[in-house]
Design a protein around this ligand. Structure first.
Ligand SMILES: C[S@@+](CC[C@H](N)C(=O)[O-])C[C@H]1O[C@@H](n2cnc3c(N)ncnc32)[C@H](O)[C@@H]1O
Length: 367
């Protein structure tokens, strides 16, 4: 799926303050922007870049090939213990838009990854994230200083003297959240940089309250996050064949753990960018609390692409149910892909759109 590139780094700040040589082993956690990893690779550093989802790996890989540099891009948000204490430097743009947990996890990770003389350079996007960073960085580093201010008032901080977090440092929210809809209750752990880290999304609950899902059908939870939708529907009727997918590895790991927590051993949970990993499958029901942002950037094309592709993976007599913020206009893209589109329910914040009777796509028309 085509996605716009996100630019968060002010590389002029890196030019002024980052000390990188061909001997430097650098860990890049600039998740949503390849610029830091590319900058370091172009200055000769051996760069390991951790990314939480496949699309971000692909974006980084393509950009690195284009610039003819090498980056070791890994689909991961943590490092094995064999990598601890082995990096000379780290770049971090905290994903402030995901909440505090990913910032804390990233700082814990960097404190383990760096050598004792290693340096963390952190760029806060405008004013966002600076306070959270300072709070956690001061727990994990002996010294934290602001070193520069760049365009759009972004700030660059330097942290030295890592105090490694213990291996047992929490990476997930240990609290269990309970979701009850139509007398079925499920238990979910949230957190670890996955959507809805601070609580079950009210849009998700509204979708589950609204959608009418027959017993025994095949169900796709598209963009499953921590798994609330798929796990609820599988728990409500164990004869349903439930598949859950998300582009984020962290989400898939959390959703799998949550399925096990609810004693569901038959749901399938897969990493998939849109329908890429389930290209040949069709479902009687598709549900999605549609993604609205790519990283911090509002991106309606994400939801529109998923709606379009859902039509090609829905049975002719099936239903797709989408929940979005009430101000989002998804009806028009939905009407291009489905003959029947209706607002099934709306409240002050959300609307649930039901789509049926998929229009033939080029492949179904001819094949
Ligand atoms: C609004 S969240 C909903 C999460 C979960 N279903 C819930 O209700 O809490 C949207 C989810 O879609 C995922 N996502 C974004 N782009 C995607 C893509 N191209 N393919 C699959 N999942 C995607 C995000 O990682 C995120 O978990």
């Amino acid at each position: 799926m085509a996605t716009p590139q996100t630019h968060l780094y002010d590389t002029a700040l890196l030019d002024r303050f980052a000390r990188v040589t061909p001997q430097t082993r650098l860990l890049d956690l600039g998740y949503y922007d390849p610029a830091g990893a590319l900058w370091a690779a172009e200055h000769g550093a051996a760069v390991t870049a951790l990314r939480p989802s496949i699309d971000l790996i692909v974006e980084l890989d393509l950009a690195a090939r284009h610039r003819r540099v090498r980056v070791d891009a890994r689909l991961a948000t943590s490092l094995g213990s064999s990598d601890w204490g082995s990096f000379d430097a780290a770049f971090l743009i905290a994903p402030f838009f995901l909440g505090n947990t990913p910032v804390r996890n990233a700082i814990d990770l960097v404190s383990q990854a760096l050598t004792p003389a290693g340096t963390l350079l952190y760029q806060a996007h405008r004013r966002h994230g600076a306070d959270t960073f300072m709070k956690y960085a001061r727990e994990r580093f002996e010294r934290v200083d602001q070193v520069g201010i760049g365009t759009h008032q972004c700030r660059l901080y330097q942290a030295t003297g890592p105090i490694p977090a213990t291996a047992s440092a929490a990476t997930t929210d240990p609290i269990e959240h309970v979701l009850t809809v139509r007398q079925t209750s499920i238990r979910l752990q949230l957190g670890a940089g996955v959507f809805g880290a601070r609580g079950i999304d009210p849009g998700t609950t509204f979708l589950l309250q609204t959608a009418e899902i027959p017993a025994g059908v095949s169900v796709l939870d598209l963009g499953c996050g921590a798994g609330a939708i798929g796990i609820h529907l599988a728990s409500e009727d164990r004869r349903r064949r439930v598949v859950m997918t998300d582009v984020s590895q962290a989400a898939v790991e959390l959703a799998s753990a949550n399925a096990a927590r609810n004693n569901l051993d038959r749901v399938r949970v897969l990493v998939s960018d849109g329908f890429a990993a389930i290209a040949r499958e069709r479902f009687e029901v598709i549900l999605s609390n549609l993604p609205a942002h790519r990283g911090p950037v509002d991106d309606p094309s994400l939801a529109e692409g998923l709606i379009r592709d859902a039509a090609a993976h829905l049975n002719e007599d099936g239903n797709a149910w989408f929940v979005v913020n009430r101000s989002r206009g998804i009806e028009l893209p939905a009407a291009r892909a489905f003959r029947h589109v209706e607002i099934a329910a709306q409240n002050a914040r959300y609307k649930v759109v039901r789509c049926a009777s998929p229009r033939p796509t080029r492949s179904t028309r001819h094949g």
